[in-house]
Ligand binder design. Structure first.
Ligand code: ATP
Ligand code: MG
Length: 139
């Protein structure tokens, strides 16, 4: 059976993770899983930030279990959870290696804070009304 590949996309909010993940998914024929997409689809009330935050861990865990199934069958899987902590990145990588997969880590960044905010502002317009609109203070 083909060897699976786990692609982890790491980066600050608005740094370009989803943009890169979508491009890689098309280029590599990969399965892309983004927690925000699922959380948004599950929210009865898009303004409910407590429920949004509560859903993050269970959704990430579900996606990780699914990702490991795809990896075992030799697929390329892209996860774009941010992966801000080295401990988290290491844990995902170790589990993927244990099931025989290869790892690729991508880091997205903007040149400076102003340009990061400019990207987040543009993204805010693209996702108007979504629970993931982010203010400059949150960023
Ligand atoms: N390399 C880039 N140069 C300039 N703009 C970019 C670049 N990558 C992404 N953008 C733009 O920046 C905005 C944020 O990009 P994207 O949604 O991919 O970020 P993200 O890291 O997934 O954000 P989040 O963490 O909030 O999910 C979008 O409007 C996107 O078009
Ligand atoms: Mg994103």
């Amino acid at each position: 059976m083909a060897q699976g590949t786990l692609i982890l996309i790491c980066g600050l909010p608005g740094a370009g993770k989803t943009t890169l993940a979508r491009r890689l998914a098309l280029q590599r024929g990969a399965v892309r899983m983004c927690p925000d997409d699922w959380i948004e689809a599950m929210l009865a009330d898009p303004t409910d930030v407590i429920e949004r935050d509560r859903l993050r861990d269970p959704v990430e865990n579900l996606q990780w279990e699914l990702a490991k199934e795809w990896l075992r069958f030799g697929h390329i899987v892209i996860l774009e959870n941010g992966f801000w902590s080295e401990e988290e990145r290491t844990q995902y990588a170790c589990e993927a290696i244990a099931i025989g997969a290869l790892i690729e880590l991508f880091y997205t960044e903007a040149p400076d804070f102003d340009r990061l905010w400019s990207r987040v502002s543009s993204r805010n317009i693209e996702i108007t009304g979504s629970p993931f609109v982010m203010s400059i203070n949150e960023l």
